[in-house]
Design a protein around this ligand. Structure first.
Ligand SMILES: *Cc1c(COP(=O)(O)O)cnc(C)c1O
Length: 422
């Protein structure tokens, strides 16, 4: 295994490449901060999961919120993927990038509004993942009003503990998501009596960045028991949606994603196979996290007290994961200089002490003008970006084969100020 495995970012001599393309050249052409993604890396991950599920009827519904770029939605749609959406805006992304995939959309989220339900009913999506009784009533009335039948599942809360960051753990009974599994049978019975609803599935999603397969297996087993009960109650349950959450290795530890997918597929299919149901999965991070990096240029290096700060032109508005989740990202020089290592804080220009990418990190000594790559930034990077400090969002480039193309241009002040009125 090469030191960068399983990332598409690797050194050739002193220079860091993305699937063979020079990051130095991309930064020179498109400026920084710049998101760079490898199309091959995304396709490879999607292919791994498709292969792992080959012997069970399934649809992979990529979680659009992980990275919502139209180009990525289109690419995965063309591979046969469906989509997990959490808003009317994400539905619109699927419509624009890959309208033929609208029938493979599942709609999750605790706060769906009337216009969003209506748009999804009109689009004829595959499944509504209903997260509460109020939503159930509303979905029924909107389906009746539009003369549609809504295929739906309840998102049940299996009360499984998945060891991850508290902000991204969702499967415990005291989280805002879903309906307690113990109460689900009763709510499904209510769904059966409401017009315009077709209770067709059961859904779970226990959290994100989950590295062990046990919680997945346990939650699908619990779903299996519920499916049996619902069928006994006369419901035609055809879908089991096992959610997303498969994690990646953000550190330096060698890690084989293919083995990880295999273990995950075994865990979810093992429990689902006996049910004779169509399996739905909602991976986000696993497909895109390691396919992307954020390139940034060092502006200044300064000493305050005992600390050395490397100040970059990217900030927390471009990539918030370190600030929000204390997430670790590897940060590598784009051109290795062979200088000695120095322990530094790598920080952005935003006026917040929480604006950092790494603290007390030993990296090869860098100076003003040098480029560094913040790795594994393909998921929950650009999609969580903001204009905070009135900063335009970075451009995004997709490396595909020996070509690199801009999939989102850098924003301009015109883009930024267009909605405002004085
Ligand atoms: C965020 C989310 C996902 C994707 O999670 P990953 O950890 O990126 O795989 C899937 N399903 C639902 C309902 C989500 O909210």
């Amino acid at each position: 295994m090469s030191p960068s495995f399983p990332r598409p970012f690797a050194y050739e001599g002193a220079r860091l490449l993305c699937s063979g393309s020079s990051l130095e050249a991309l930064a020179a052409e498109h400026g920084t901060p710049l998101y760079v993604y490898s199309a091959d890396a995304i396709r490879e991950r999607a292919g791994m999961l498709q292969a792992g599920l080959a012997d069970v009827p399934h649809t992979i519904c990529y979680a659009v919120k992980a990275n919502s770029a139209l180009a990525i939605v289109q690419m995965l749609g063309e591979m046969g993927c469906g989509f997990d959406i959490v808003s009317g805006g994400e539905l619109e992304r699927v419509r624009r990038a890959c309208p033929e995939a609208l029938g493979r959309v599942v709609f999750s989220g605790v706060g769906k509004q009337v216009w969003e339900l209506d748009a999804a009913l009109e689009a004829g999506i595959l499944l509504f993942n209903v997260e509460g009784e109020g939503e159930l009533e509303l979905l029924s009335s909107r389906a009746v009003a539009l003369g549609k039948t809504a295929r739906m599942a309840l998102r049940v809360n299996p009360d499984v503990f998945a060891e991850t960051h508290p902000y991204i753990s969702t499967g415990l009974s005291d989280h805002k998501f879903g309906i307690a599994i113990a109460k689900a049978r009763e709510v499904y019975r209510r769904a059966m009596t409401l017009p315009g609803l077709d209770p067709a599935g059961v859904s779970v999603h226990i959290g994100s960045q989950i590295r062990s397969t046990e919680p997945f297996a346990t939650s699908v087993e619990r779903v299996g028991q519920l499916v049996a009960e619902l069928r006994a109650d006369g419901m035609d349950i055809r879908y089991v949606d096992a959610g997303g959450g498969l994690g990646v290795e953000y550190g330096q530890v060698p890690w084989d994603p293919a083995a990880s997918v295999q273990a995950y597929a075994t865990a979810v299919t093992g429990a689902a196979r006996g049910l004779g149901a169509h399996l739905l999965l909602e991976p986000g991070r696993f497909f895109v996290a390691q396919a992307g990096a954020l390139l940034t240029r060092v502006l200044y290096v300064k000493q305050n007290g005992a600390k050395t700060f490397v100040i970059t032109d990217a900030g927390m508005n471009d990539l918030i994961r370190p600030s929000l989740y204390q997430a670790h990202h590897e940060i590598w020089p784009v051109v290795r200089s062979g200088r000695s290592e120095q322990t530094v804080d790598i920080v952005g220009p935003v006026c917040e002490s929480g604006d950092f990418f790494a603290r007390d990190r030993a990296i090869e000594r860098v100076g003003p003008g040098d480029l560094v790559a913040i790795l594994d930034a393909g998921a929950y990077g650009m999609s969580l970006s903001s204009h905070y400090n009135t900063r335009v969002r970075p451009a995004e480039v997709m490396v595909d084969g020996d070509k690199a193309r801009v999939i989102r241009r850098r924003e301009t002040f015109e883009d930024l100020f267009a909605p405002e009125v004085v």
